[in-house]
Design a protein around this ligand. Structure first.
Ligand SMILES: Cc1ncc(COP(=O)(O)O)c(C=O)c1O
Length: 474
């Protein structure tokens, strides 16, 4: 492809993308496709020769796009928001177009230094003190794995440089709750902690926040048995019910034992941009690492996850590689982000944040989040006022956990659970809205996760009607 061919095709692609964005409400949220439909509509053998970009655009329209669940749709209330603001998409285009290579400062000084600047802007915007240094990772899962590795090496006094974890000779313990995201357990296992050494700490039966007395008891028992508390993951805004583990008490309990405290605020971290909600994050300054995803509610297109560290030097020691072919004259003066995480080659992700923060502006972003927070409170009040509907967890941020309990099923937990799974399934299959069901105390409920950039109050009014219609029809 020549540069001029690229120019023409890129203009057409942008026009097509804009048209899709504008018409998003005309399409179902969840596409009516079955497993294999998309794959079988595409040739099973590689192309022979070159195709015209127009033919690809036609296939995007006819085959690929109809197989996409429209998470930018204002009636999407599933999982967590995965907003992709147009400003951040522009930054993503710029990143792709500049085709920069991040393997060292020298391979793209701007890639490194814009990342330093935007992580610093976001530190200030989220009210963190200047003791923190940030890096962009692909996802919160990776950030948690990086933190788990850093924690392991701190607990073992850098066993990787000696006999490794196996040679360390003592059990290394991890503490989190059953509410923690599945990526936490995965990170711990990948980092070499034994499944038997991962403690699932009891939670408060209503809020689902970690019970710190239970944490203390578990830590003391492990220490008494000769183990080492190594890694504690506090969920700040858990995926199921937006639980917030009580950080000040956790940190106080853990500190004497030296374990690394990681705050997983993957979704909720965006709320740090709204000062009146920062009290939910009290104690965060005393953690060792914090991760949150601008690629969720804040709206920077995937993959943009932030990891902030109090002691980046420790992480650099854990991750550092300095092969001769990457050495440069910049030496120790420059930040080498390859030592702040797992991959060597990195994209120019910082441009996504740079574009979004500069074009949309932090105040407008915070105001949008406030709109969603208000909408969640309003929605919960509507549910509470309806007969046979319940809000079943405190509404901390933008997610409302609901359950429909028809009088005819009262007391029959199993039937209520099946009923809730069914009305959610019916809404999702209809394509008119999308919700993700989730389990709480062995029963199914629906999570109404509010926060898509284009979701306004009238969309929530429509959702309430849909819920009545579909739950009534089961
Ligand atoms: C609380 C929490 N932690 C971690 C994750 C994983 O995020 P990622 O997809 O960026 O790995 C999620 C995803 O929704 C989450 O809700």
């Amino acid at each position: 492809m020549t540069p001029e061919e690229f120019r023409a095709a890129a203009h057409e692609l942008v026009d097509w993308l804009v048209d899709r964005r504008i018409s998003i409400e005309e399409r179902p949220v969840r596409p009516p496709v079955d497993p294999g439909d998309v794959k079988h509509a595409l040739p099973s053998t590689p192309p022979v020769g070159g195709d015209d970009p127009a033919a690809l655009l036609a296939d995007l329209e006819a085959v690929v796009a109809p197989g996409i669940t429209e998470v930018q749709h204002p009636m999407h209330f599933g999982w967590f928001p995965s907003n992709a603001t147009l400003s951040s998409i522009l930054g993503d285009f710029a990143s792709s177009g500049l085709a920069s290579l991040g393997i060292s400062w020298e391979s793209s000084p701007s890639l490194t230094e814009v990342e330093e600047v935007v992580t610093e802007w976001l530190r200030q915007l989220t009210g963190l003190s200047d003791r923190w240094s940030g890096v962009i990772q692909d996802t919160a899962s990776t950030s948690c794995l990086v933190a788990a590795l850093a924690a392991r090496e701190r607990a073992t006094d850098h066993a990787q440089a000696a006999d490794g974890v196996l040679g360390f000779g003592k059990r290394l313990h991890v503490y989190t709750t059953a509410e923690a995201h599945s990526s936490v357990r995965k990170a711990a296992l990948l980092a070499g902690y034994a499944a038997d050494d991962i403690r699932s700490i009891e939670v408060d039966p209503v809020s689902r926040d970690m019970n710190v007395d239970a944490l203390r008891t578990a830590i003391e028992a492990d220490v008494a048995a000769g183990g080492v508390p190594a890694f504690v993951v506090a969920s700040l805004g858990s995926t199921g019910v937006t639980a917030f583990d009580p950080l000040p008490a956790i940190v106080e309990t853990v500190r004497p034992h030296g374990a690394w405290v990681h705050a997983d605020a993957a979704m909720a971290g965006s709320a740090l941009l709204v000062p009146e909600y920062r009290h939910l994050f009290d104690g965060i300054e005393d953690c060792d690492s914090i991760s949150w995803n601008p690629h969720k509610w804040m709206g920077t297109i995937l993959d943009t996850s932030l990891l902030y560290l109090r002691d980046p030097e420790h992480l650099i020691r854990v991750m550092s590689t300095n092969p001769s072919y990457l050495q440069s004259t910049a030496g120790g003066e420059a930040t080498q982000y390859r030592d702040w995480g797992i991959p060597l080659g990195r994209r120019f992700r910082a441009l996504k944040l740079w574009y979004q923060l500069r074009i949309d502006g932090p105040d407008a972003i915070a105001d949008r989040l406030r709109r969603d927070l208000d909408n969640a409170q309003w929605f919960a009040a509507q549910i509470e006022a309806k007969p046979e509907w319940e809000v079943i967890a405190p509404v901390r941020l933008q997610t409302v956990c609901v359950r429909h309990v028809p009088a005819a099923l009262a007391g029959d937990t199993e039937a209520i659970s099946a009923h809730n799974l069914e009305w959610v399934r019916r809404i999702n299959v209809s394509g008119s809205a999308f919700l993700s069901p989730s389990q709480l105390d062995d029963g199914w409920m629906a999570r109404v996760s509010i926060g898509v950039e284009s979701t306004e109050r009238h969309h929530l009014e429509r959702l309430l009607d849909l819920m009545d219609e579909h739950a009534g029809a089961v």
